[in-house]
Design a protein around this ligand. Structure first.
Ligand SMILES: C[C@@]1(CC(=O)O)c2cc3[nH]c(cc4nc(cc5[nH]c(cc(n2)[C@H]1CCC(=O)O)[C@@](C)(CC(=O)O)[C@@H]5CCC(=O)O)C(CC(=O)O)=C4CCC(=O)O)c(CCC(=O)O)c3CC(=O)O
Ligand SMILES: NC(=O)C1=CN([C@@H]2O[C@H](COP(=O)(O)OP(=O)(O)OC[C@H]3O[C@@H](n4cnc5c(N)ncnc54)[C@H](O)[C@@H]3O)[C@@H](O)[C@H]2O)C=CC1
Length: 212
């Protein structure tokens, strides 16, 4: 399995099935701003609510081949293993397909995820034990506090400045220093650093000869 983090914003995603497994996957898909269509004769309350709030489309019937054609990504999460394997067989080779009960029929599986803003930690056991993935996720939730969200924003901001303003040879050491543990929990230290960075850049421009 080759792990990638994929941008699903605005992408058409089709979920066959409207039970709890579908619900769990849809919740994360909506957070990613995917354009979700659920095809299922029945759907749990939250899916119905999202439908009435126009957060997703719901075709209230059994899945058909034409539902799958335009999908960028397909999730087969019905409670029929025949229907799920039929969906996998209909999908074109360039489509991403996840099969909830027979992962080997699809071409990707969904990991357990911890998010702290821009920090995304995903865990997979390659399908061997989803329960272990969930329990490792709990360990990671404890290990990586909420502080990481603002810390990552700080890193992003500093890195953008450093990439733009500093020569390549000094970049790596500047960027590595920022991963020092003290910056994670000390917002004051981050502000001091940012100010120093800005001053350094201002100095650079001020000392430039006017003719340049
Ligand atoms: C292969 C994979 C395919 C995929 O879904 O992509 C898959 C397959 C299957 N799961 C099954 C069961 C359970 N799945 C969970 C939970 C999660 N399952 C998720 C992913 C994956 N599940 C992919 C591999 C992930 C990896 O590599 O580790 C998580 C991480 C993400 C998510 O679903 O969003 C989410 C954790 C949520 C969290 O982060 O907390 C629980 C626990 C619970 O519900 O609390 C149980 C019951 C306990 C158990 O069986 O272990 C069954 C048997 C069904 C049956 O018996 O009928 C199959 C089919 C089979 O056996 O292959
Ligand atoms: N990958 C995972 O994380 C897990 C997967 N599973 C598997 O996922 C599947 C779904 O589980 P649940 O959501 O709990 O089942 P569920 O019984 O709650 O929901 C199944 C849904 O499929 C719909 N459905 C049935 N036939 C259909 C068809 N022809 N076309 C479209 N929709 C159809 C039903 O209307 C229902 O909404 C099961 O096969 C289960 O073994 C179970 C646990 C975890």
């Amino acid at each position: 399995m080759y792990p990638i983090h994929i941008n699903l914003s605005g992408k058409p995603v089709v979920v066959a099935g409207g039970g709890l497994v579908a619900y769990r996957k849809i919740k994360d898909l909506l957070e990613q701003d995917a354009y979700v269509t659920v095809v299922s004769p029945e759907a749990v309350e939250d899916i119905q609510k999202w439908h009435s709030q126009k957060k997703l489309e719901w075709a209230e019937r059994k899945v058909r081949v034409e539902d799958l054609q335009e999908a960028f990504l397909i999730i087969a999460a019905t409670n029929s293993s025949e229907v799920n394997s039929w969906i996998a067989a209909q999908a074109k080779t360039h489509q991403l397909v996840n099969v909830a009960d027979q992962p080997h029929l699809g071409n990707f599986i969904i990991p357990s995820v911890v998010k702290r803003g821009k920090l995304v930690l995903s865990v997979s056991t390659s399908g061997a034990s989803p329960s272990l993935s969930a329990s490792i996720k709990k360990e990671l939730q404890q290990r990586y506090s909420e502080d990481y969200e603002s810390y990552l924003d700080f890193l992003f901001e500093c890195r953008s400045i450093i990439k733009k303003e500093f020569p390549e040879e000094s970049r790596k050491s500047l960027l590595t220093k920022l991963t020092d543990a003290s910056y994670i929990h000390e917002a004051d230290k981050r502000n001091v650093y940012k100010q120093a960075l800005i001053s350094e850049i201002q100095r650079k421009y001020v000392s430039k000869p006017i003719t340049e």
